[in-house]
Design a protein around this ligand. Structure first.
Ligand SMILES: [Fe+2]
Length: 614
């Protein structure tokens, strides 16, 4: 009887669990059925945007005023920002498959949108609205279009004049990343200059010293590189050209300045602003070293556009806190679910613009998440559509990581006394897999006397999480995660394992064989006999609930936006802090104090087998 009742409830339970597994938010741009748009130009309506030319003093972010007039205003009128400005001139790709669509199609989603009455509540009475929107330089001109009919049945009523940045092709949004060796910094940026128009390079050198030039490589990709819609259809936008330069043989800890440059074939130069960074410490160097780690930040618009669904409500707070404290940050890890562009390619530019103050100054190391990579039938470990057709191409091109093969997003990187082993949960990580071998090699190859602080990070939770959906699965993590990797964390005495994916903060006790090995909560000292697991997925995307189920291992939970900071003072002393994005204050912390002999201590299976020498 009980079984019968259970099987009749099973479909409901499964639907419920599925709902729990899906992200609650949708990319706001996906709410617009742009390919169903019809045209009904109303001569009495108009849209006017000013100023006509942006960035006259080299700015790459500008505010514009958009004046709307309509003789038939309604509450669901909206204004779409299109770039390139001639948005209805494109030929629709064959795979926009919507038999209900009427010609002429509009085949490109806007890059942002706003409700017409957003800042003019009387719009429906007066037919007059004025919007203040922020634009970033994105390699093409802009126009603003008034639509009636809401998002589902948009009807184009009026189109504005065209406005443009003074140099739409300008080199922009540099992001630093550690190279394959500690003394190499890579700089990746975006421009509108192909290799047929200009030669890209970085002019750089020790601050205050003569500068040198290093060449840059150029990558781009086409719509055909996308695996499915919307990235391949309405979400497609030309990504421009993505350049990477490798600055080598850096002097540890030294201040460098740099400028992005393009030498046009007529002999003239186009330059970016002047930036600076501090070179990484020599591996094992004893000095103050500060690391920020979080996942799932996404982007948001400072003008309030797109965000009626609060898609990533904490994103700007996190960004702003990091910018505010930048002089106390040496390196950042954003461990997956980077932009949540979800196949709307324009959003990658918006994201790189948002993080530019951080990424241009300290290495901004990314990990791959489901929203970057997953797409059915493309080798992603999880067969979901979460990348919305991007299938990893954007993440792998827009940001550099020191991976052997950027399509397989796992890598190790050293920062002074830290060794980071960054896994890619969207590719197989189980025992026997190529990635498992990499993880073991990363752990095994570190000299703990030089680099005592061994950190494992991955997007999905492979260790422990009390999130509602992992608890509902009964595994409190990705199924098979602990079974596969626990023996490596234990054998190689990983100090801290950090995950994203779950949008909250949680800390466990030090764990060995699924058991807490210490009752201590704030100061760990002596031998290393367990790994502390952290969820730091509250970077910005809508928050995840915790289960009510109590577990022994969970010792701090916070359903809020935040990020974690690791500070190594020296080889014996590490401070861990969890900071909220809203106030930048520390809301959870602990310290680890120990010496090299404590790492070497033969506990559990963490020692090489020994033979007695005589
Ligand atoms: Fe995720």
């Amino acid at each position: 009887m009980a079984m019968e009742r259970f099987s009749s409830l099973l479909p409901i339970v499964l639907v419920f669990l599925c709902l729990l597994r899906t992200d609650a938010g949708d990319q706001p741009l996906s709410k617009i059925a742009i390919h169903r748009a019809t045209v009904g130009i109303d001569g009495s309506a108009h849209v006017r945007a000013s100023p006509m030319v942006l960035g006259l003093k080299g700015e790459d972010i500008e505010w514009v005023i958009v004046e709307v007039r309509s003789s038939n205003p309604t509450a669901d009128d909206w204004v779409g920002v299109f770039s390139p400005a001639k948005f209805n001139s494109s030929t629709c790709p064959a795979d926009i498959d919507d038999p209900g669509a009427q010609s002429p199609y509009i085949c490109s989603a806007p890059i942002k949108f706003q409700i017409a009455n957003y800042s003019s509540p009387d719009y429906t009475k007066t037919g007059k609205s004025s919007l203040k929107l922020q634009l970033i330089n994105q390699r093409a001109d802009f126009s603003f279009a008034l639509f009636s009919g809401g998002f589902m049945n948009p009807k184009l009523v009026a189109v504005s004049n065209v406005i443009s940045f003074a140099n739409p092709k300008a080199p922009l949004y540099p992001r630093l990343a550690q190279g394959k060796s500690w003394d190499e910094m890579t700089i990746t940026w975006t421009s509108g200059y192909s290799i047929l128009e200009a030669i890209p390079f970085v002019e750089w050198g020790l601050k205050g010293w003569p500068q040198t030039r290093s060449p840059a490589g150029t990558l781009t990709f086409t719509r055909n590189s996308m695996c499915g819609p919307p990235a391949r259809t309405v979400g497609w936008r030309d990504p421009g050209f993505i350049h990477t330069s490798f600055l080598k043989d850096l002097w540890p800890n030294s201040e460098y300045t740099y400028k992005l440059g393009h030498r046009l074939f007529n002999g003239s130069y186009v330059w970016s602003k002047l930036y600076s960074f501090k070179a990484s410490p020599y591996p094992g160097q004893d000095s103050l070293q500060r690391v920020i780690i979080f996942g799932d930040m996404g982007k948001a618009e400072r003008d309030g556009s797109n965000e009626y669904s609060d898609y990533q409500p904490g994103s700007l707070n996190t960004t702003d806190q990091l910018v505010k404290d930048l002089e106390n940050i040496d390196i950042v890890f954003h461990i997956g679910d980077i932009t949540y562009a979800n196949g709307y390619i324009s959003q990658w530019d918006q994201f790189t613009s948002q993080v530019e103050p951080i990424a241009s100054a300290v290495p901004y190391m990314i990990g791959s998440g489901n929203h970057e990579r997953d797409w059915p039938g493309t080798g992603s470990f999880y067969n979901t559509t979460d990348s919305q057709g991007e299938c990893g191409v954007l993440a792998e091109t827009m940001f550099y990581v020191p991976a052997e093969n950027r399509a397989k997003f796992w890598y190790s990187t050293d920062y002074g006394m830290f060794r980071f082993c960054i896994a890619d949960t969207e590719h197989d990580w189980r025992e026997g897999s190529e990635q498992y071998k990499f993880i073991e090699r990363c752990f095994a190859s570190v000299d703990r006397q030089k680099q005592p602080w061994l950190i494992f990070a991955a997007h999905r939770v492979l260790g422990y999480s009390s999130s509602f959906y992992y608890a509902a699965e009964g595994s409190f993590a990705e199924p098979m995660g602990r079974e596969s990797l626990q023996k490596l964390w234990q054998r190689y005495k990983v100090d801290i394992a950090i995950y994203g994916h779950v949008h909250n903060y949680e800390r466990t006790c030090p764990i060995y064989q699924n058991q807490c090995v210490s009752k201590e909560k704030s100061h760990y000292s002596g031998t290393v006999n367990g790994t502390i697991h952290i969820v730091a997925g509250g970077g910005g995307s809508h928050l995840s609930n915790f289960t009510d189920v109590k577990t022994d291992w969970s010792i701090y939970r916070d359903m809020d936006f935040g990020f974690v900071k690791l500070t190594a003072f020296n080889h014996s002393s590490l401070l861990f802090e969890y900071k909220k994005s809203s106030d930048g204050n520390v809301h959870d912390s602990f310290t680890i104090s120990r010496d090299y002999r404590d790492v070497l201590a033969c506990i559990h299976d963490g020692c090489e087998p020994t033979t007695s020498a005589t």
